[in-house]
Design a binder for this molecule. Structure first.
Ligand SMILES: [Zn+2]
Length: 251
């Protein structure tokens, strides 16, 4: 099991917290730091990892965290190599701080993509085959043979209507058997949940969409604001891609 208390899954709004350094490795490439707790999301499910800083409590010395990822099951912070070569040391107290503007834009974008998924599934029965996002924009791929420019306009309108309904977004963790008993929960065409995962995390836009998911989302669709469909493409006869952007990415 991981030694790290991973806080982003329970509280997406946590942007800063005290921590202690467990391990530092500074071989070739970027210095890597493991902390006993973190607010950083390590990336996954189309959502890129967070960026931010680590601040040493004793003297305020700061290190830029340019990304985070899982290594051997643990969330590891990847630092920009400091010019003077000084790194955090094992055991010392620090504060982790997210680049919140970036993370919050990702939370809004991720939630917008779920709303898109929910609408396309409910109204057209199309399954998701993939997706990806940046802060403020993203794309989803669907098995959606009859998609057209007209339909895309309709979808944009419906997604915005749904977002404006101020729907709550709920996070839950269910035992695997219970999760698999929910019809349509695993909405992606290919069910990629590995064997051996006993707890399934779900994200529900209440009344619209329910998915197994590991990312960070806003608590209410009102926080997303509105979206614009910025493009759609055929990736073959059946596979179609829809691109969207937040109308006000800095809100
Ligand atoms: Zn998601």
């Amino acid at each position: 099991m991981t030694r790290v208390d991973e806080r982003c899954y329970a509280d997406a709004y946590l942007r800063e917290l005290p921590a202690r350094v467990l391990e530092v490795s500074a071989t070739d490439g970027a210095p890597l730091v493991v902390l006993d707790t973190t607010a950083f999301y390590p990336g996954g499910g189309g959502q890129p990892s967070d960026r931010g800083v680590i601040l040493r409590t004793a003297d305020g010395r700061r290190w830029t965290v340019r990304g985070a990822r899982r290594i051997g099951g643990e969330i590891v912070h990847e630092l920009e190599a400091p010019e003077d070569g000084e790194l955090p040391t094992t055991g010392e107290a620090v504060t982790v701080e997210l680049d919140w503007a970036r993370r919050y834009a990702l939370m809004r974008t991720h939630t917008a993509l779920h709303a898109l998924c929910g609408v396309v599934w409910r109204d057209y029965g199309a399954l998701v085959t993939g997706g990806n996002m940046e802060p403020g924009s993203g794309r989803m791929d669907f098995e959606f043979e009859r998609m057209s420019g007209d339909l895309v306009g309709e979808i944009e309108q419906t997604v915005n209507d749904e977002l404006h309904r101020r729907r709550d977004v709920k996070v839950d963790v269910l035992p695997r058997a219970e999760a698999f008993a929910i019809p349509d929960l695993i909405r992606t065409k290919v069910n990629l949940l590995p064997e051996g995962i006993e707890q399934i995390r779900t994200i529900e836009i209440v009344g619209l969409d329910l998915q197994a998911d590991g990312g960070t989302h806003v608590a209410n669709t009102a926080e997303v604001g509105g979206i614009r469909v910025t493009g759609y493409e055929s990736k073959g006869r059946i596979n179609k891609r829809i691109r969207l952007a937040l109308v006000d990415p800095d809100a």
